[in-house]
Design a protein around this ligand. Sequence first.
Ligand SMILES: [Zn+2]
Length: 136
Amino acid sequence: MYKPGVQNSNAGALSRIGALASEGNDSDEIDSDMKLKILQEKHDSILGGHRGMNKTYESIKRHYQWPNMKREIEDYVKACAKCQINKTLRPKKRAPMEITTTARHPFERCALDIVGANDGNNVWEQVYSDLPGRLE
Ligand SMILES: [Zn+2]
């Protein structure tokens, strides 16, 4: 019996599953909940680091694939609120290079850098340097 497309939703669903299967996708079918989890893990997490569209895609492509994957990743990254905020907060131009004066004798100009990860281990490294002076 003929059914117009709108009423024929059962057949539509079946043929969509058929299309997924015929695309040679080895992995089990990835539903939208699973996609969301993958996107959150590969984009929103600390490891994901809110990287751009291409890096997020490369990272997901290594483990998963599904139809329209690239497009869906692009849409997700474009809609990411944190990425949009970062984009507006990030300064558009770098500060201009400054011409600094060169030290005339040792220890006239020094720098102290403290480097470490704020990971609770309290391991820090200090680098004290005498900025190179002009040898005359
Ligand atoms: Zn983001």
